[in-house]
Design a protein around this ligand. Sequence first.
Ligand SMILES: [Zn+2]
Length: 466
Amino acid sequence: MLVVEFKSHREVIELRKYFVKRVVFPLMEKVKGNRIRHYLRELQDSERYDADQIRSLQMEKLQRLLIHCLKNVPAYKELAGLLTTVERDPHRALEGFPVLTKSHFVRHADRYLSDNSDKSELIANRTGGSTGEPVHFYLDRVTVEYYEAARWRGLSWWGIELSDPSVMIWGAPLELSKNQSLIYRLKERFLKNRIIIPAYGLDPRQISHYVRLIESFAPEYLYGYASALSAFASLLGEHNLRIKRPLKGVVSTAETLFDEQRAVIERYLGGPVINEYGARDGGIIAFQCPSGSMHISEENLILEIIDMQTGKRVEDGRSGLVAVTDLNNYSMPRIRYLLGDVASLSPERCPCGRSLRTLKRIEGRVDDLFLSLDGKIVHGHYWNHIARNMKGIRQFQLIQHDPENVTLKVVKSELFDSSEVKQFLEKIEDVLGPVRVNLIYCDSLEPSPSGKIRYARREFPLPSRR
Ligand SMILES: [Zn+2]
């Protein structure tokens, strides 16, 4: 019997890292033909290109994709008249393609499947549906691997390597049977060098157990939804705990990261917060560099900002809807796909030296925007600003069901004072007008099945002046 004795805990940690780097990845490349590391090197080269080189790389990819769409994708064949413009100036031709909403795509998804795609080779995926109806779609393996490579490139800016240990702070209860869950956890631990811990519903004993578990697993970084990370960080704060191990970063993904969430995460989880702008149906769209800019994955996608009312591209610096054209997905291309987010492009270059363009602001989801009775648009952030100074409100959720009706849910803290809620209600009336407010006190806010908590959202469409 082979007995391996480890001299120290440090050696176990090093061995795990070595195993993932030298065994798991080479094996995946050999057996599954995985090319993530190859794409990662490619992206690490191109991020140092100058702006013109990046643009010509994009144009080449865009031209090839658009020609493919006009010839092989039923939804785009009727635009065949754009072919000569595509050949001359693909960026201009792109403006001739209609923007694609999620609801249109959901209803006509089969028309976006390319005639020459081999379904057996495709990777089926879907969004969680926490923000509307779920979207089902197919991706090429290349696309998925480029998504991964873009994430690893972003992480590499912070000194994080492919095999580094991490802890995922998970918001959702795992929807897996016990058996599958064990296999899932083993895979996570040994193939990805990652453990998963829950963020919600923990009692004080469990919290200190998880803090010990994190410390002993010795991660280089944590990963999770903004709401899950900040919920976990607040719990630590309430119990006078914090992660003492210095981390390379805490990666916040899939949700708008609010300033107050960033502050609480940095305070209790012990690392700089790194914002990843990603979507299941859009890949890694942008990644924060150490200088603080959100660099767009320009080699993988074209990002446009579209005016909400006119449907046209807006100039840099102005905010509008984010439309993404994935440059690698040929089996089911979505051109100018609206993710449902509101953001603006920065006209400036980042001092870090990477020439990938940056986003000036990611304002959040379009359904974070509220509509006042007199037709003004109010950003959901506004409610966070109001609530964050109210010591008696641990958490809140504001939902606008229709222009006249909102629900305010409040989770009280030990310092609860009803005058603060009265103040909150007055602010709602100031901003939205005399709407009806259904006030509910609750013990906790339930995350959606995908593990996200939306603090402010609107449930009806905004009037369009298009
Ligand atoms: Zn930068």
